[in-house]
Ligand binder design. Structure first.
Ligand code: EPU
Length: 420
C-alpha cells in the first residue's frame, strides 16, 4: 500500500490541465452496453475506478481498450448480465450497469451495493424508477434481480429525502432510451454529468430533452448505435486545484476547466477572498492574504457540491474566524474532521454541521485517508502544514485523481509516494 509524504509550505505556481470527469465517464461507460457497435470515448481519465468499471464491462461481455485517454467499448457477448458482489463492493458506481443491462438485455442481476465511508447510500430510488418503467425487481441472495420484456415509458418522480439522485437519474434515463413510448422524469438530477450522459446517449440515437434540468423527457427508440464522445472536464478536480492554489497563496492556471460548472464554488471562493479570473479554456486562481470565514451548505447541482465539502473545510481551517459547514447530501460525510484535528485544526461537529474556527497554522502529522474526497482534503492540508504530513492508504485518492502528486509537484509541491 502506498503512502504520501508531504513537506508543507511551498507556494503553488504554474499551469495544470484538468482531466475528464470520473463521475461522467463511469455512467457513460455503463451506457455503452446499450449500443450496437463500438463507442469511442475520449478524455477518459486513468483511475482505479475507471479500471474497475472496465473490468466489470469485460465480465458483462464487452471488449474495452483504454490508452492515452481514449477508450473503445464494444459489446461482443450478451450472455452474462451478472455484476457480482466482488465488483460492486469495490465500486458503488457499478450500479450504473443496472439500467442499461435491463433495457438492452431484458434482465440484469446486480449485487446490492452496501454502505461506504460517506454513509448508508441506499438505491431505493433507482429501483423505484425502474419499477415505474415496468421492470419486475426482486432481491435474491444480496442481488438485485430485474426483468422486463420491454420497458414502457411513463411519468415518474425521482426525488428522495435528500433531493435528486445522480446515478439514479443516470440509470432510469439510460433505461428509458429503449422503452416503448415517452418517459418523463421529474425531480431528475441536474448535474453536468447527467447532461454529458444525455449528450452521449443522444449521439447514439436516443431522444432525450431537458437533461440538466429537473424534468427530463425521453422518447424511446428501437435501438442505439455506437458513437464517439468526449467526456466533460472534472469540476471536482478543478475545484480541488483551486483550493490548493488558494491555500498556498499561490497562482495556478487551470486549463480544460469549465467555470460554468463551478459557479457555486467560484462564488464561495470569491466571497472569502480568493481571486478567480476566467482565462482561455479555464481560470487563473490566486490568493495573497488570509481568507475570510463563511457559511456553506452542500446541495444538489447547481448548489455547492458535497464532493468539495472536505476540501473547502481544509481551506476554512485557516480562515480568519468561524465558518459553518452543513452537509445536506451525505449528513455523515465528515471522516476528514478527526484527521484534520490531528493536524491542529479547530473543528466542532454538531450533527450534519461542522463549526470551523480558523487557526494560524496546521501542523504535519501521520493521518489516514478514508474516502476519496476526505483524502484530497488531507493532501491539501499537508501542502500548507508546518513540517511533514504522512497520508496512509492513498489508494482512496487514486480512485479519483490521476497522478495527483506528480501534478501538484509540477506546481511546486513536495510530495513523495512511498510504497510500504
Ligand atoms: N439516495 C437515496 N436513495 C437512492 C439514491 C440516493 O436516498 O436510491 C440519497 C443518498 O443517500 C444521498 C442523496 O440521495 O443522500 C444523493 O445521492 P446520489 O444518488 O445523488 O449519489 P450517487 O449518485 O450515488 C454521485 C457521485 C458521488 C457524489 C454524489 C452527489 C458518482 C459515481 N458518484 O453518487 O461522488 O457525491 O453523486 O453529488 O457519480 C465522489 O466522487 O467522491 C462521490 C462520492
Amino acid at each position: 500500500m502506498d503512502k504520501f509524504v508531504i513537506r508543507g509550505g511551498n507556494r503553488l505556481k504554474g499551469q495544470v490541465a484538468i482531466d475528464g470527469a470520473k463521475n461522467a465517464a463511469l455512467p457513460i461507460m455503463a451506457a455503452a452496453l446499450l449500443a450496437e457497435g463500438p463507442c469511442d470515448i475520449s478524455r477518459v481519465p486513468a483511475l482505479a475506478d475507471i479500471t474497475a468499471m472496465s473490468d466489470l464491462l469485460g465480465e458483462l461481455g464487452a471488449s474495452v481498450e483504454h490508452a492515452d485517454g481514449r477508450m473503445r467499448i464494444e459489446v461482443r457477448d450478451e450472455s452474462n448480465s451478472h455484476a457480482q458482489y466482488e465488483r460492486v463492493r469495490k465500486m458503488r458506481a457499478s450500479i450504473c450497469v443496472l439500467g442499461p443491462l435491463l433495457a438492452k438485455r431484458g434482465q440484469a442481476r446486480v449485487s446490492m451495493p452496501g454502505g461506504c465511508a460517506i454513509g448508508a447510500r441506499p438505491v431505493d430510488l433507482h429501483l423505484r424508477g425502474l419499477r415505474a418503467l415496468g421492470a419486475q425487481i426482486e432481491l435474491d441472495n444480496g442481488d438485485i434481480v430485474a426483468k422486463a420484456r420491454r420497458l414502457r415509458g411513463t411519468s415518474l418522480f425521482l426525488g428522495g429525502p435528500f433531493g435528486s439522485t445522480v446515478l439514479g437519474t443516470a440509470n432510469v434515463m439510460s433505461a428509458a432510451t429503449l422503452a416503448e413510448g415517452r418517459t418523463v422524469i421529474e425531480s431528475a438530477a441536474c448535474e453536468p454529468e447527467i447532461e454529458d450522459l444525455a449528450d452521449f446517449l443522444n449521439a447514439m440515437g436516443a431522444k432525450i430533452r431537458g437533461a440538466g434540468t429537473p424534468r427530463v423527457t425521453i422518447d424511446g427508440v428501437e435501438k442505439l448505435a455506437g458513437c464517439p464522445h468526449e467526456v466533460i472536464p472534472d469540476r471536482i478536480e478543478a475545484g480541488t486545484f483551486m483550493v490548493a492554489a488558494a491555500l498556498t497563496n499561490g497562482e495556478v492556471t487551470l486549463t480544460n476547466a469549465r467555470l460554468d460548472h463551478l459557479m457555486a464554488v467560484v462564488d464561495k471562493l470569491r466571497e472569502i477572498g480568493v481571486n478567480v479570473e476566467p482565462s482561455a479554456g479555464g481560470a487563473v486562481v490566486s490568493s495573497a492574504r488570509r481568507l475570510e470565514p463563511t457559511d456553506v451548505t452542500t446541495q444538489p447541482y447547481p448548489g455547492f457540491p458535497t464532493d468539495l465539502q472536505a476540501q473547502l473545510m481544509t481551506l476554512l481551517c485557516l480562515a480568519d474566524g468561524n465558518s459553518v459547514i452543513t452537509e445536506k447530501i451525505f449528513p455523515d460525510r465528515f471522516m476528514h474532521v478527526a484527521e484534520l484535528l490531528r493536524m491542529g485544526a479547530d473543528i466542532r461537529k454538531e450533527g450534519p454541521t461542522a463549526i470551523v474556527t480558523g487557526v494560524r497554522r496546521l501542523i504535519g502529522a501521520p493521518v489516514m485517508a478514508s474516502d476519496l474526497r476526505a483524502s484530497a482534503a488531507l493532501v491539501l492540508a499537508g501542502l500548507v502544514a508546518r513540517g511533514t504530513t504522512e497520508i496512509l492508504r492513498v489508494y482512496h485518492i487514486d480512485r479519483g485523481y490521476e497522478r495527483i502528486e506528480q501534478r501538484l509537484n509540477a506546481l511546486g509541491a513536495d510530495i513523495q509516494r512511498v510504497s510500504e
